[in-house]
Write a protein that binds this ligand. Structure first.
Ligand SMILES: C[S@@+](CC[C@H](N)C(=O)[O-])C[C@H]1O[C@@H](n2cnc3c(N)ncnc32)[C@H](O)[C@@H]1O
Length: 254
């Protein structure tokens, strides 16, 4: 998928707030082996590494564009690798901490994915994950709806980005079924206050809009964006735009 770090980074503080909430749940002890699944630009991964004494942190991401220069920061305690989360999980390596912020919503089949991730955690280790609760987020639902209209529906031919994200209670069950010793699973609203609908469009352009645009021929990309903007206008007629962005945070020890 064509990620663009410049667009993504336009809302740095809004996007990093849940990362720091997740990081605060990490049980710090010296000498941790840590993996950050879907680390993006690696900026936040590096900030995490700074808080962990004598630990080794590996950030993995499938996007060369997002990783950018981060791989040059290669060192003994912080490393990056361009690889898909799925391929990384095929390796035998196990970790004290498996961390993932705003990335697993892009990986399908969470019923199979989460047990696989948990199998990579050492005894005494911890899982920390944050994902948007996409079923409840209006922008995701509006994109799905627009994709069913013509002329887009013909191009998508039945494709729709159905979210793999489950209800929080199901994650709690999966954690328990896979041996968690303790857990915290909760939803949190991150209030987004944006200047206008165009700012909201830019926010969505950095993530959820990408798979819809990349499947369209050039001549339909702009009209899809514009139709989406009109839909956003209908739902957010006032300025500033207030958008209650709901996310799921989960933490468990094994
Ligand atoms: C919303 S960004 C989050 C980046 C970073 N964790 C942060 O908090 O800023 C999502 C990242 O997940 C990565 N990603 C999506 N699907 C992936 C996959 N299957 N394997 C590896 N990385 C993936 C994307 O390349 C992107 O960098």
């Amino acid at each position: 998928m064509a990620w663009n770090p410049e667009v993504y980074n336009q809302f740095k503080s809004e996007r990093s707030a849940p990362f720091f909430d997740l990081l605060a749940l990490l049980k710090v002890r010296p000498g941790l082996e840590v993996i950050d699944l879907g680390c993006g630009t690696g900026e936040l991964t590096a900030q995490m590494a700074d808080t962990l004494p004598e630990s080794r942190v590996l950030g993995v991401d499938s996007s060369e564009e997002m990783l950018g220069d981060s791989r040059k920061a290669d060192g003994s305690t912080l490393n990056f690798e361009c690889i898909t989360i799925e391929n990384q999980l095929e390796k035998d390596q196990r970790w004290d901490i498996v961390f993932s912020n705003a990335a697993l919503q892009w990986v399908p089949d969470h019923e199979a994915l989460f047990p696989k991730i948990i199998s990579k955690i050492k005894p005494g280790g911890q899982l920390l994950v944050q994902m948007p609760a996409q079923h409840h987020n209006l922008t995701n639902r509006l994109l799905n709806e627009l994709g069913t209209r013509e002329p887009y529906a013909t191009v998508y031919a039945g494709w729709n980005r159905l979210s793999p994200v489950l209800e929080p209670g199901r994650y709690a069950e999966i954690l328990f079924e896979n041996g968690s010793k303790s857990m915290q699973v909760f939803e949190k609203i991150y209030p987004l206050i944006l200047k206008d609908v165009d700012a909201l469009l830019t926010w969505v352009s950095g993530t959820a809009l990408i798979p819809y645009l990349e499947r369209l021929p050039e001549h339909l990309k702009n009209s899809f964006r514009e139709d989406f903007r009109i839909l956003l206008h209908q739902h957010f007629p006032k300025t500033p735009v207030f958008y209650p962005f709901k996310r799921i945070l989960l933490e468990a020890q094994f």
